[in-house]
Design a protein around this ligand. Structure first.
Ligand code: FES
Length: 213
């Protein structure tokens, strides 16, 4: 029995391994789907960013492509009015709480938020939701990197890299809702935590929250 499945994304014929998630199959075929929180090696995606919606023929509502397995014969659309609406809302919510001084950001021009905005014709400004500005102190205690929470999108890439790749567990999520942040145990500065300064979290950050000094 074949271990591949054939289907279409935006009318393009695609082949992928059985069990593969739709998001990765699309990206492998140069079909862009916005995403922030997806981690290829993670078997149980948490689907928290809500950016990767697609439509599948026969399924009434859009689904997150990072959680959806590929299947033989499915007909996938990466754009539709409903998908675009969901993406716009998720994106605007995200940036309502984000430090948008892009010209001062180390990730300027290579930031995942800028890419999403460009690919989907979205603005890095929004008026629909109340803008939340917080005075987070930048943690520049490590020798070679710093952490600016005002730019964090809570995608969890750094937490995963720290736990699963570096096997350290120096950082994690704390608090709920709009107060949710990535931090160390007891919120001590990184240099005072068990962080080994391996830089894997910095490499994993898709925006400019964790950056080299
Ligand atoms: Fe699918 Fe974040 S990438 S919900």
């Amino acid at each position: 029995m074949s271990d591949t499945v054939k289907f279409t994304i935006d009318e393009q014929a695609v082949e992928a391994k059985k069990g593969e998630k739709l998001l990765w199959a699309a990206l492998k075929n140069d079909i862009y789907i916005p995403h922030l929180c997806a981690i290829k090696e993670e078997k149980r995606p948490n689907a928290s960013c809500r950016l990767c919606f697609v439509e599948i023929e026969g399924i009434p509502n859009p689904v997150t492509s990072c959680t959806m397995n590929v299947e033989e014969g499915i007909v996938v659309k990466t754009r539709s009015p409903q998908v675009d609406r969901l993406l716009k809302t998720a994106f605007e919510l995200l940036i309502s709480d984000h430090n948008l001084k892009c010209s001062q950001c180390p990730a300027n021009r290579k930031c995942a938020l800028q890419k999403i905005a460009k690919e989907r014709g979205l603005k890095l400004r929004q008026k629909r939701f109340k803008t939340i500005t917080r005075d987070y102190e930048i943690d520049d205690s490590p020798d070679e990197f710093a952490f600016d929470r005002s730019r964090c999108v809570l995608c969890g890439q750094c937490v995963w890299a720290d736990r699963e790749k570096a096997k350290v567990g120096a950082i994690g999520f704390t608090k709920r809702g709009i107060n949710r942040v990535v931090t160390t145990f007891e919120e001590v500065p990184l240099a005072e935590s068990i962080c080994t300064q391996c830089m894997l979290c910095v490499e994993a950050c898709p925006v400019g929250a964790l950056y080299y000094k």
